[in-house]
Design a binder for this molecule. Structure first.
Ligand code: SF4
Ligand code: SF4
Length: 367
């Protein structure tokens, strides 16, 4: 049997509907008991990029997290939840702002913070990623300004603790290099089960400043790479045009060939997402034709702070791996000579104040 992926429709986050849709998705995979056993300690790894509320489409929706935690309990296993947000934000702040703290309290589920760090192959990983028997990966269906898409493989990058993620951007500035770093982290502890929250998701300038879209889909499977391949197919791009999918596939960490992925539930072709717009920027270049790829070498991108929207919260300044940002009472500015175009500032700004500026060539190619 090939790699199995289940696609299930779910039109909104109504509690009963989400519960039913998740159960259906797991049943299509053969039943949750296949993956989670009685007595297992199960880490639920959502995407809690920052302290953003569910309706912003940035974080995995609380209702999805709630239902998965309940299902784990029904299996007789012990769930706990953990993630490391982007930039300089602490997990506690992101949990509080996203509503996860109160959800965890209400459900009686422990929220983990990276107090103990374990260094694996030079990468500092939150210790609790090793204190569990299984991991359930709950990515969000979104774009990413540097990587094109952020899906199941990229979601595991949240295992990295503290500001090390930003440090990796400094060491590996190009999308290809950065994808290798992301897959290095993914390889450390692969999840046993994946459920992608695409009931709402995001296109355009993701992962935090894009357009919130109702995709009305959940995608489940055991193989994070295959989940990302199906996500790519649903938006009409080739799976191997996604940097992290290609890197993980080359390393044989999962399946990206759609011919070898058995899709159950809803089909891909019937659920193609209309007008999905990738973010302008480096993440889009792989999807272009050869001529445009050549011309893209002359394309220039860079972040720019919109003074009107900036609230001087300093999060971008404290996150920037090369100290290229100045925020003071007179100005909020990026030094583009220092900037390595990692787009971390764009990702972490809670107020959508960091914009992507392009030169005329980039605009000409629709980037
Ligand atoms: S650009 Fe955004 S993150 Fe940076 S200081 Fe302004 S509001 Fe804060
Ligand atoms: S200014 Fe923004 S894009 Fe440039 S290096 Fe700093 S965080 Fe990255």
């Amino acid at each position: 049997m090939g790699t199995r992926v289940a696609i299930v429709k779910c039109r909104d986050y109504d509690r009963a509907r989400v519960k039913e849709a998740i159960k259906k998705a797991f049943d299509l995979l053969g039943g949750v008991d296949l993956f989670i056993k009685k007595g297992d300690r199960v880490l639920i790894k959502p995407n809690i990029l920052s302290g953003r509320l569910p309706e912003d489409g940035v974080c995995t929706h609380l209702e999805v997290i709630r239902q998965v935690a309940r299902i784990v309990k029904e299996c007789g296993a012990l769930p706990f939840i953990g993630d490391n947000p982007g930039g300089s934000m602490t997990p506690a702040k992101a949990y509080e702002g996203s509503g996860l703290t109160s959800l965890a309290k209400g459900e009686g589920v422990e929220l983990k913070e990276a107090k103990d760090i374990k260094v694996v192959k030079g990468i500092p990983v939150a210790g609790y990623f090793f204190e569990c028997d299984k991991i359930i990966n709950l990515p969000k269906m979104k774009t990413h300004s540097l990587m094109g898409l952020t899906g199941a493989v990229k979601n595991m990058f949240g295992a990295c603790a503290g500001l090390y993620k930003a440090e990796l951007h400094k060491r590996f500035p190009s999308p290809e290099e950065f994808a290798r770093a992301v897959v290095d982290v993914f390889e450390i502890r692969k999840p046993s089960l994946v459920l992608m929250d695409g009931i709402t998701g995001m296109d355009q300038a993701g992962p935090s400043a894009g357009r919130v879209r109702d995709f009305e889909l959940l995608i489940a499977g055991q193989d994070s790479v295959a989940i990302d391949a199906v996500f790519a197919a649903l938006i009409g791009i080739k799976p191997l045009d996604v940097f992290t999918t290609k890197e993980a596939y080359i390393r044989k960490l999962g399946e990206a060939d759609l011919d070898n992925i058995e899709v159950s539930g809803e089909g891909i072709s019937e659920n193609l997402i209309d007008d999905f717009q990738l973010p302008g920027g480096p993440g889009l270049i792989r999807t272009l034709g050869p001529l445009a790829k050549f011309a893209a070498g002359f394309v220039k991108f860079g972040p720019s702070i919109n003074e009107r929207l900036c609230r001087k919260c300093m999060i971008c300044r404290d996150t920037c791996p090369v100290s290229a940002i100045t925020i003071n009472s007179e100005r909020s500015k990026v030094d583009l000579k220092k900037c390595i175009r990692c787009m971390c500032c764009h990702e972490v700004c809670p107020y959508k104040a960091v914009e992507l500026k392009r030169n005329f060539l980039a605009k000409g190619f629709g980037l």
